[in-house]
Design a protein around this ligand. Structure first.
Ligand SMILES: Cc1cc2nc3c(=O)[nH]c(=O)nc-3n(C[C@H](O)[C@H](O)[C@H](O)COP(=O)(O)OP(=O)(O)OC[C@H]3O[C@@H](n4cnc5c(N)ncnc54)[C@H](O)[C@@H]3O)c2cc1C
Length: 421
């Protein structure tokens, strides 16, 4: 909808990640004065780190499947995506001179796989358009009125803005700026915030010291993971993960981390069944392992007769009782469905992203805090989660745009109310 020719007042955007930058861009394009406040000395630090592994901007899933990635929040996030979807994101990147391609997994990456050129070009364009950046400005809540309070190198500052967009991120990788310190401040202001929890995270297993010393860092690929989802349905996924000193992490684990975390919250632990030999069916494997072993050690027998070696053989030794290891039929069954007990998720600070955050019920559909008219919120600080695959960034960008559009509508409404009075 075109913005009526009003002289729009200043909007404060707090947090310079993808959500905040997108909000700033949308507000400025509509003619607002925009001040962007960032706690760190530069914006977009997590976005830059996301680029280290080959920035996965979005995904080529069809819209229906894309929405499903947001689980219980599919309807709300789906609404944001109607305003700014994967295709819009790719066109937006192209507008910054960054082409994108669809990888073999369906994931979408910038042509050069990097985040830095995209971020540099974006920040330059924002500055040129007139967005004012204030780095080393750490928001610490509201004062007794509605002013935003900031810690700065020059002492505390208060900012009165006609509207504000908070985009402070979650609590993963706090060294990059998003530390979740805002949770109590929002709760004190009467805003419902679900506890921040790890998403796309590793899990603790409690390996023996011997196993951890020998196999930490070993990748397992391919492997099939069997587990039960929140509704108790049997699910399975083929993929890869890595053994760590404390447990497991990696893409296949992240993809199912929400179900595993919830099982641990509900039952105190979660169990995965690992198929260590996806290429061989159980009957063939049992036949192979039943071949006479002679004087060969178990490790040698596993390797020669069934191709099970290294970390896979190590897992069988670590997790199977002696009588299973000595019985070919039971050993074959274990190799096809090895129970792995997960004790707890790794801390949120290590996770790729954060579950929990501002309850969507505490927000209007335009992402305004019901308890704080004129204050909007976007990005990972809201209570939704998704697996890796570009779904995180896409929802952050889209919600930044929705919050900014909400702020614009709020300002227009306030201006016309003032004009009528
Ligand atoms: C290692 C890693 C790899 C990732 N790879 C991908 C990927 O390939 N694809 C994908 O879709 N997602 C990926 N993600 C997730 C993605 O980066 C985040 O979901 C996204 O950056 C969140 O955007 P945001 O704007 O909501 O928050 P953030 O990017 O966290 O930005 C929030 C900003 O707010 C600032 N801030 C926080 N508190 C305050 C305060 N009190 N005052 C002022 N400023 C404050 C922070 O310093 C930060 O700059 C990855 C994450 C990690 C950690």
């Amino acid at each position: 909808m075109p913005v009526p020719a009003l002289s729009l007042p200043t909007v404060a955007v707090v947090g310079g990640g993808p959500a905040g930058l997108m909000a700033a861009e949308t507000l400025r394009a509509a003619g607002c004065e925009v001040d962007l406040f960032e706690a760190k000395g530069s914006v977009g630090r997590k976005f830059l780190i996301a680029g280290k592994g080959g920035l996965n901007l979005t995904h080529s899933d069809p819209p229906e499947r894309f929405r499903e990635r947001y689980g219980a929040r599919r309807d709300a996030v789906g609404g944001w995506l109607r305003a700014f979807d994967a295709q819009a994101l790719r066109e937006w990147a192209a507008g910054l001179g960054v082409g994108t391609f669809v990888g073999s997994s369906g994931r979408v990456f910038p042509d050069d796989l990097k985040a830095a050129p995209l971020l540099r070009g974006w920040v330059r364009r924002l500055r040129e358009s007139g967005v004012r950046f204030h780095v080393h400005h750490r928001w610490t809540g509201w004062d007794a009125g509605h002013a935003l309070r900031f810690e700065t190198p020059d002492g505390e500052k208060r900012v009165e803005a006609a509207a504000a967009v908070l985009a402070l991120g979650g609590a993963s990788w706090p060294q990059l700026g998003s530390d979740g310190a805002w949770v109590p401040w929002l709760r004190e202001a009467g805003i419902e915030v679900a506890s921040l929890r790890p998403a796309n995270c590793g899990f603790n297993v409690g390996w023996s010291a011997h196993f951890a010393a020998r196999h930490a860092g070993a990748p397992l690929k391919p492997v099939v993971l069997h587990w039960r989802d929140g509704a108790g349905r049997a699910r399975s996924l083929q993929g890869e993960f890595v053994l760590t000193a404390t447990g497991i992490e990696g893409s296949a684990v992240y993809a199912i981390a929400a179900d595993l975390r919830e099982a641990i919250e509900r039952d105190g632990e979660a169990t995965l069944a690992l198929d260590l030999v996806p290429g061989r069916d159980a009957a063939r494997l049992a036949r192979e392992l039943a071949r006479p072993r002679g004087k060969r050690s178990l490790g040698e027998h596993l390797r020669r007769s069934a191709g099970i070696a290294g970390a896979r053989a190590g897992l069988l030794r670590e997790l199977c009782p002696q009588d299973t290891l000595q019985d070919p039929a039971r050993l074959a069954a274990a190799a096809k469905a090895l129970p792995l007990r997960l004790l707890r998720p790794r801390p949120v600070a290590e996770a790729i992203s954060t579950a929990g955050g501002i309850a969507l019920e505490a927000l209007t559909p335009e992402l305004m805090l019901r308890a704080r008219p004129g204050c909007f919120a976007a990005g990972e600080m809201l209570d939704w989660e998704a697996p890796t695959g570009g779904y995180l960034l896409t929802a952050c960008f889209a919600s930044g745009r929705i919050a900014a559009q909400g702020a614009l509508a709020y300002l227009r409404e306030s201006a016309s109310r003032a004009a009528r009075a």
